[in-house]
Each structure stands twice: as structure tokens, then as C-alpha cells.
Ligand binder design. Structure first.
Ligand SMILES: [Zn+2]
Length: 54
């Protein structure tokens, strides 16, 4: 899990609260609050098969 302000690396993330998906384009990009629900914790998508729902 990664939080707002962290730079967990390039990749896709899913909001822990509402499920909105975002993408960090660069390892220098920091996570922000969710644009939909304003939550600030994210789960990385795609590193495990369980997260690959689409
Ligand atoms: Zn959200």
C-alpha cells in the first residue's frame, strides 16, 4: 500500500476506498488524494494476478 505524497514508482494504483484507478507515469511522480473520493491510500495494481480484474 502507498500513501499520498509517496513516490512508489511507475505503475497503476487503485484507490483503497472507492476503487478508482490511476497511473503514475514516472518513478518521480507522487501519489495525490483520490480525485473521486479524496482518499489518500492506494494499492498497486498488476503485481499480483489477483489484482488483474480487467
Ligand atoms: Zn477514491
Amino acid at each position: 500500500m502507498a500513501r499520498k505524497g509517496e513516490t512508489p514508482g511507475e505503475g497503476k494504483y487503485r484507490c483503497m476506498k472507492c476503487g478508482l484507478r490511476i497511473k503514475l507515469e514516472s518513478n518521480d511522480n507522487a501519489l495525490e488524494n483520490c480525485s473521486k473520493c479524496n482518499y489518500g491510500e492506494w494499492a498497486k495494481i498488476g503485481t499480483t494476478t489477483l489484482e488483474q480484474l480487467d
